[in-house]
Design a protein around this ligand. Structure first.
Ligand code: F6P
Length: 317
């Protein structure tokens, strides 16, 4: 088992579930350090049930993680495969996001190693699952900050531009924006007409809205919260303040939702390996655990994004 890509709260609960389920079924588990980097370097060790005690409530990942350019090369994967063979590893559980799934897929294609993906990323941008491990916690972390900012925004009649994580995904922005009652949400998946956007904020202000909250995903096409605030001030005269939430969204105690999701997915990963799945991911759909082909993981869910944007627009008068 390894964790890869950006860490996400609940990854530890997933590691624990994988280890305990497998050990309970007389399988042996090897933990790989720092994602695919550790696989290439052979940095791995056996994990027992006791090794994963007292981690269900901890953020981050006890195994460490990395983004590994070396694993994208054939040489890197050859080295990783040799290490797996040397240790008698018969299957790999990869906890991570889309990039991590691509790595797993390459390993399976090149060497036939059975791989099971568990969606672990705060970005909630993995197709094949309604929710990824860590998303719920990250949204609640962002929301707590948005609520605090709203207090001071209201007191001063101010506009705030709050930048949340998501270089390619607007999921955190949409969820925290709706839950935080934001006037607008800007996301990487949609190009906004900035003139119309500024006009809309100007009209809201003229209609007597005391404070304006705009949530911007970091990968938004306007260039982020600072650029947006400057443009709005130039075009409407509304003076805004900027808050960039940054990596606090990746850390912290996982919510009950993420712990339960990770636990269920960990058990399902071992079920899938024992059922002979070789190139699959675990997801949650309509409240149930589902197994789907790993490749599905790289597409975006346009319908969901469109509906969430509409909810935001409909409620922002
Ligand atoms: O893990 C996902 C994520 O937090 C994205 O939301 C963000 O764009 C990116 O990782 C930041 O990555 P890092 O700072 O680790 O390079």
């Amino acid at each position: 088992v390894l964790t890869s890509g950006g860490d996400a709260p609940g990854m530890n609960a997933a590691i624990r579930a994988v280890v305990r389920t497998a050990c309970g079924r007389d399988m042996q588990v090897t933990g790989v350090r720092h994602g695919y980097e550790g696989l290439i370097e052979g940095s791995m060790e056996p994990l027992s049930t006791r090794d994963v005690s007292n981690i269900i409530q901890r953020g981050g990942t006890i195994l460490g993680t990395s983004r590994s350019p070396a694993f994208r090369t054939r040489e890197g994967r050859e080295s990783a495969h040799a290490n797996l063979v040397e240790r008698g590893v018969e299957g790999l559980v990869v906890i991570g996001g889309n990039g991590s799934y691509l790595g797993a897929s390459d390993l399976h294609r090149d060497f036939g190693v059975p791989v099971i993906g568990l969606p672990g990323t705060i970005d909630n941008d993995v197709r094949g699952t309604d929710y990824t491990i860590g998303f719920n916690t990250a949204v609640n972390t962002a929301l707590e900050s948005i609520d605090r900012i709203r207090d001071t925004a209201f007191s001063h009649d101010r506009a705030f531009f709050i930048e949340v994580m998501g270089r390619k995904s607007g999921a955190i922005a949409l969820a925290s924006g709706i839950a935080g009652g934001a006037e607008a949400v800007l996301i990487p998946e949609r190009k906004e007409d900035l003139n119309a956007f500024c006009r809309m904020l100007g009209e809201m202000s003229q209609r007597g809205k005391r404070s304006l909250i705009v949530v911007v995903a970091e990968g938004d096409q306007t260039g982020g919260a600072h650029a947006l605030a400057e443009r709005v001030q130039r075009e409407t005269g509304i003076e805004g303040r900027v808050t960039i939430l940054g990596h606090i969204q990746r850390g912290g105690t996982p919510t009950a939702f993420d712990r339960i999701l990770a636990s269920r997915m960990g058990v399902s990963a071992i079920d899938a390996l024992q059922d002979g799945e070789e190139h699959a991911m675990i997801g949650i759909r309509g409240g149930r655990m589902v197994v789907s082909p790993l490749d599905l993981a790289t597409e975006a869910d346009d319908l969901r994004i469109e509906e969430l944007l509409r909810v935001c627009r409909e409620l922002a008068h």
